[in-house]
Design a binder for this molecule. Structure first.
Ligand code: FAD
Ligand code: DLZ
Ligand code: SF4
Length: 520
């Protein structure tokens, strides 16, 4: 092959319809895939997450070869592996003498900054194509966001419904309403259990990667024992099929419910496969709509699922690119408390947090309400440092990539962006967790008690949060009721709340260094 085009395919670009592949001729191209230590350890990703990404990359490389592509695959333990994209590109340019590079834009800011330096460093033209696996282009989001005083997911979502035609009845939303969230908020009934997830027994590729990760990343957070992620397109397809036929019909009703030991409930558990590129988000939505049209799933469930993908997922990505790089250091509530050690160890008497950390460690997964209303809510109420919280979320979840993790953490969970993404902080006391879960029944704290050493810590922390942030938040219209309630509480009781929360906060041990980043 004379002077090919070199096509780097990154770890979350594992789609056959990737722009840089679709626009290229296999006969004149070399695809380069790189397992590099810097990506696996710039934050110390959960072992299962690294294993999933490497295994999925290896499966994808094999599929590309089968489809006729020349693939140069650099494994992590190749003796000459330099450990970085820049180093591996330089070596690949030496090997293949390409006349140009072509790639699909990286999903995250940090890597996009790296890419900007490649052309000068390599002395070659570098063509960067837009990632059209997302429904909303950068230009469309910027246009939508421009001149809007407030960005709200709901209005953006309606645009995406119109654009895709999903659940549309002519110009109107199917069923006469855009959003059926109000029907999706049931607390758990006694004994509620989700169906078992399909099992993906590790094949030879995954088995080799699991051993590599155990050897090379032994000091990273997380267990590998329960590894069950779909790591190829065909496994991801089986996972999608199981969700659409078994869990989608009941997805909506129990979307916000939490049950101790029930780690997946009726959730899709598809976010890693979607984010890596193994599943196409629009295709999933069309298939979900087909289940509704066939009468297999109710509108509320299907609308809820579609909203998560063409609404939240796309909105989050748009907000990321509109607000970076400032979002990475945003701290509108001036939260400075270090991350407590129990986020890593799970060693806390708070039963809700302990269970959420356990599933996170075992599965590299927790469902949305566990992330938002337990782990995120605690971080918000306790005033944890947004940078440390974001590092934790980026490390621990198999689906965590900066573009989706950061806006969810800094914007949705912590209000660190001052309300750009969401109109009010998702702050809640123990009563919410008690209503939506069975955690409190087995907790050593009493969710009904408001203050004192046996009271649920979320209760006093909730008022502590509102009180200490009154200068920033009291004018927020959506918080008018809680602030009015707070002002009606007599001064003695208010003092008891603040003292109780302060006493609890004093007990928090900061995380030991080294969990999230090598030299923390
Ligand atoms: P389901 O609940 O079944 O939802 C279906 C799909 O909708 C998901 O697979 C996902 O693709 C999409 N989706 C739903 N909510 C969101 C959202 N808020 N943002 C983007 N996509 C969404 N999601 C990630 O993919 N990566 C992350 O790193 C991540 N970090 C989060 C951190 C916090 C603090 C919070 C509150 C949410 C975070 N989310 C993240 C969003 C959401 O929690 C996960 O997408 C979801 O839990 C994945 O599980 P699932 O596939 O079972 O999703
Ligand atoms: C997260 C991750 C990990 C753990 N390892 C790799 C890798 O070895 N090679 C690779 O191409 N990508 C990896 N990734 C994903 C990247 O960190 C990054 O998120 C993507 O390149 C998108 O910018
Ligand atoms: Fe969590 Fe409080 Fe319930 Fe315990 S009582 S599980 S700390 S909400």
């Amino acid at each position: 092959m004379t002077q090919p085009v070199l096509i780097p395919v990154l770890g979350d670009q594992l789609s056959h319809r990737l722009a840089s592949l679709v626009g290229s001729d296999p006969a004149g191209s070399v695809v380069l895939m790189m397992e590099v230590r810097r990506e696996a350890a710039h934050v110390k990703h959960h072992k299962s997450k690294i294993a999933l990404i490497f295994s999925a990359m290896r499966h994808f490389a094999a599929e590309l070869r089968e489809a006729g592509w020349t693939v140069d695959y650099v494994a992590l333990d190749h003796p000459d592996n330099t450990g970085s994209f820049a180093g591996e590109l330089a070596r690949a340019v030496d090997r293949h003498k390409p006349h140009a590079l072509r790639l699909t834009e990286p999903s995250e800011w940090r890597v996009r900054e790296d890419v900007a330096a490649w052309s000068a460093a390599l002395g070659l033209p570098v063509e960067v194509l837009e990632d059209d696996r997302f429904l909303c282009t950068h230009g469309e989001f910027a246009h939508w966001a421009e001149n809007r005083r407030e960005w709200r997911m709901e209005y953006f979502y309606r645009e995406m419904r119109r654009k895709t035609g999903l659940l549309m009845d002519g110009d109107h939303p199917e069923g006469g309403r855009w959003n059926f969230d109000a029907e999706n908020r049931s607390g758990p009934s006694p004994g509620l259990r989700g169906p078992a997830l399909p099992r993906f027994a590790p094949d030879a590729t995954t088995t080799a990667v699991l051993a590599l990760v155990e050897r090379e990343f032994a000091d990273h957070f997380g267990a590998l024992g329960a590894f069950n992620w779909p790591a190829s397109a065909s496994e991801a397809e089986a996972a999608a099929e199981a969700f659409l036929s078994e869990r989608l019909p009941i997805f909506g009703q129990w979307q916000d419910a939490m049950v101790a030991g029930e780690d997946f409930m009726f959730h899709a558990v598809l976010s890693p496969a979607i984010n890596l590129g193994l599943l196409d988000p629009l295709d999933l939505c069309r298939r979900a709509e087909a289940e509704y049209r066939k009468g297999n799933a109710p509108l509320a469930a299907v609308e809820g699922f579609i909203r998560q993908i063409i609404g939240w997922r796309e909105y989050i990505r748009g907000v990321y690119w509109q607000t970076m790089p400032g979002l990475a250091t945003a701290n509108a509530l001036d939260a400075r408390r270090p991350l407590p050690d129990f986020y890593w160890t799970g060693a806390t008497d708070m039963a809700c947090i302990a269970d959420c950390v356990r599933t996170t460690r075992d599965n590299a997964y927790a469902h949305h309400i566990q992330r938002l209303m337990v782990l995120g809510n605690f971080a918000l109420l306790a005033g944890l440092d947004p940078g440390q919280v974001a590092d934790w979320f980026l490390v621990v979840y198999a689906d965590a990539f900066d573009w989706v993790e950061l806006p969810n953490v800094a914007g949705m969970a912590l209000f660190a962006d001052g309300g750009r993404l969401a109109s009010k902080p998702y702050a809640a006391s123990g009563a919410y967790i008690n209503r939506m879960s069975n955690y409190c029944a087995s907790c050593r704290y009493d969710v009904k008690k408001k203050t004192g050493p046996d009271a649920c810590p979320f209760n006093a922390l909730y008022w502590h949060f509102l009180d200490r942030n009154a200068p920033t938040l009291a004018a927020n219209r959506r918080l008018a009721n809680p602030y009015a309630t707070w002002r009606r509480i007599d001064a003695g009781k208010r003092g008891a709340y603040i003292a109780s929360a302060d006493a609890f906060l004093d007990t928090l041990d900061p995380a030991r260094p080294g969990w999230a980043r090598g030299g923390d």
